[in-house]
Design a protein around this ligand. Structure first.
Ligand code: ZN
Length: 310
């Protein structure tokens, strides 16, 4: 058996215009732009990676910003919320910050004993801050938020499902165990200290999600290179049809559409975002994998303007 999955590697969502997206994730949330690249399956679109100082696994939120994209609909068969971890004593800081900056946010509420602040990005993507006493100290992004209050990385994701059973079975095979349950929400936790929570929200009556701006494209889980092909086997044993192992330059990936409709990725922890850029220069220039480098001029000409903060 492969080693248990310690948690999320990254989450990828769809946005509309790249400018407001970049400003929100870096200036408002204080994450670092750790990689500026293109969607390897559609090179006319950026792929922006935000995270902690080095974009460690468990911290990187990535977006495909399609200029002018129509909004999708959040519903079943999707990751319906992405949750970030903050220290418990930073709750007031963030409530004030969201208020001052006019972020579309709700009042803090409690879930399974934690304070939770729901909010949306400029495209309506459902996000949350979860404040916990045991938040890992991490490697702060050194951005617009003081280290003590910085987002540590992911807390977890919520999957909205018409039927939770098959996804719960798969999560257990990945090393997650059920820890809490109330009103259609079941919590599964793994052993890591970032991105270790998956909540399954079961609602057979809820509308099905529709892809578009403001929706999650997929969630990636952390695996080691040695275990990658064994995870492929596990996915096949669960009746799924995983892709081959795909080289994504900063990690290697296997994808599979789960029975509940959510696209899962299994991504390796290495080599990481510093494989092709110095840690101090992450995100400053457009980075392309070598197999796209000979098309750089054409690709750059086809991308929208994007001003990054120096
Ligand atoms: Zn991915």
């Amino acid at each position: 058996m492969p080693t248990d999955v310690p948690g999320i590697h990254h989450v990828t969502a769809i946005a509309s215009d790249p400018g407001p997206n970049l400003e929100f994730f870096t200036e408002t949330l204080g994450l670092r732009l750790v990689k500026r690249s293109v969607n390897q399956d559609d090179v006319s679109v950026y792929h922006l990676f935000y995270g902690d100082r080095s974009g460690s696994p468990g911290t990187s939120m990535t977006l495909f910003p399609y200029t002018g994209a129509r909004r999708g609909r959040v519903g079943t068969g999707q990751v319906s919320t992405v949750s970030f971890l903050i220290p418990e004593e930073s709750l007031d800081y963030w409530v004030d910050r969201f208020d001052e900056r006019g972020v579309d946010a709700d009042e803090p509420r409690e879930r399974f004993g934690d304070a939770v602040v729901p909010f949306r990005d400029p495209d309506g993507l459902p996000l949350e801050l979860v404040a916990r006493e045991d938040a890992a100290s991490g490697d702060p992004p050194k951005g617009s938020v003081p280290d003590e209050h910085a987002i540590r990385g992911f807390f977890g994701v919520t999957l909205s499902l018409a039927s939770a059973g098959p996804t719960a079975t798969l999560l257990k095979a990945m090393g997650y165990r059920e820890t809490e349950s109330e009103r259609g929400r079941s919590r599964y936790e793994s052993s890591g200290d970032l991105g270790y929570v998956v909540d399954l929200l079961e609602d057979p009556q809820a509308p099905r999600g529709r892809p578009g701006a403001g929706t999650v494209h997929h969630v990636a889980f952390r695996v080691t290179e040695d275990d990658q092909s064994e995870w492929r086997d596990v996915l096949m044993e669960h009746g799924l049809r995983p892709t081959e192992i795909i080289d994504r330059k900063w990690f290697e990936s296997v994808y599979a559409r789960t029975e509940g409709g959510v696209l899962f990725e299994f991504a390796t922890e290495s080599p990481g975002y510093t494989v092709d850029e110095d840690i101090d220069a992450l995100g400053e220039r457009l980075v392309l994998p070598e197999w796209l480098e000979d098309r750089r001029d054409e690709i750059e000409a086809g991308l929208p303007d994007l001003q990054t903060q120096g």
